[in-house]
Design a protein around this ligand. Structure first.
Ligand SMILES: [Fe+2]
Ligand SMILES: [Fe+2]
Length: 317
């Protein structure tokens, strides 16, 4: 399990370690900081992905843990919703794909890909890859939870997209695996969760949001909206990352990973916006605003993460 960052994550690590045997942990304490809160929720969510060698498998559905998870998820969702101005909240279902495009076009956060393409040094690129690894090593997994919650057309389209993310039946083409091989090629560790102790609070919040959306049926619209914004902002930045990696001589498997996304995500963005989000909004019009909330959240969290990274490098953008 990750290193605790305060009283709450300390409690979580203990509760997860002895969920099967002990009921003595008592009530969870307040979080000491945003980082403590974020790593606590990240740790609990991971029980639904790969788990931990040093956590009990029973902890995933331990009522004590679920109470803490509910409190942390409620606070996270409230924070994410407060950041969205809801300007698109009454968008007609038929306009959802166009509204997604407008949201993406209007996003004006700093671009890490631009920095990598032109200016970043090797240490900065490796730091960025360590941060990205927290999600990229489980790339596509949170979207898979959404599949059974969708109507027919959106379901078929999401599975088409996911089939690609999972390598079209070839384990060597599975995107998370391509990323793991890329990490090794640039001299980094590739085990799942290897760098979570280095993760910025912004990195953890991005991961926690996508897990929150994936785990709750109620948030299925936000989950696919998040996916659409992610895919719609991947192809061009991936090309820039390829150029930056090549400029720094980091050729090989990591370039192959981003190269794959230049082409794949040029298609995925259309599938996600039109065939997943568009048809979901038509079939369930009350999800239209939720789709845009999810898309906004993806763009907003990426912008916050980019600002945090550039700040640590003292780069103006
Ligand atoms: Fe991918
Ligand atoms: Fe993709």
């Amino acid at each position: 399990m990750p290193k605790p960052r305060g009283a709450l994550s300390e409690w979580v690590v203990h509760a997860l370690a002895d969920a099967a045997t002990s009921d003595s942990a008592g009530t969870a304490p307040e979080a000491d900081s945003a980082g403590d809160e974020a790593i606590a929720l990240w740790t609990i969510h991971e029980l639904s992905y790969r788990g931990f060698e040093d956590a009990s498998d029973d902890a995933e559905w331990d009522p004590r843990v679920l109470v803490v998870r509910h409190g942390l998820e409620t606070a996270l969702e409230a924070r994410l919703r407060a950041r969205w101005d809801g300007a698109d909240a009454d968008v007609p279902a038929a306009d959802v794909p166009a509204a997604l495009q407008a949201l993406v076009s209007a996003a004006d956060g700093p671009s890490l890909a631009d920095h990598v393409r032109r200016h970043a040094d090797v240490d900065q690129v490796l730091e960025l890859l360590r941060q990205r690894s927290v999600y990229q090593l489980k790339e596509a997994d949170p979207s898979t939870w959404v599949v059974p919650r969708l109507p027919v057309r959106a379901k078929a389209a999401l599975v088409e997209l996911q089939y690609d993310e999972y390598g079209d039946g070839n384990p060597n083409r599975l995107h998370a695996h391509l990323f793991a091989r890329g990490l090794e090629a640039v001299g980094l560790r590739s085990e799942y969760g290897a760098y979570v102790d280095d993760a910025l609070p912004e990195t953890l919040e991005m991961n926690n949001a996508v897990s929150l959306f994936g785990l709750h049926r109620r948030l299925r619209g936000a989950a696919v909206g998040h996916l659409a914004a992610f895919e719609m902002t991947s192809s061009l930045p991936s090309r820039k990352l390829v150029q930056g990696l090549e400029r720094l001589g980091l050729e090989g498997a990591m370039v192959a990973y981003y190269d794959e996304h230049v082409e794949a995500d040029a298609i995925h963005e259309i599938v996600a916006a039109r065939d997943i989000c568009g048809t979901l909004a038509e079939d369930e019009p009350d999800q239209a605003a939720e789709i845009l909330f999810g898309a906004f959240t993806c763009l907003d969290l990426e912008a916050r993460f980019a600002r945090a990274m550039l700040d640590t490098w003292a780069v103006d953008a």
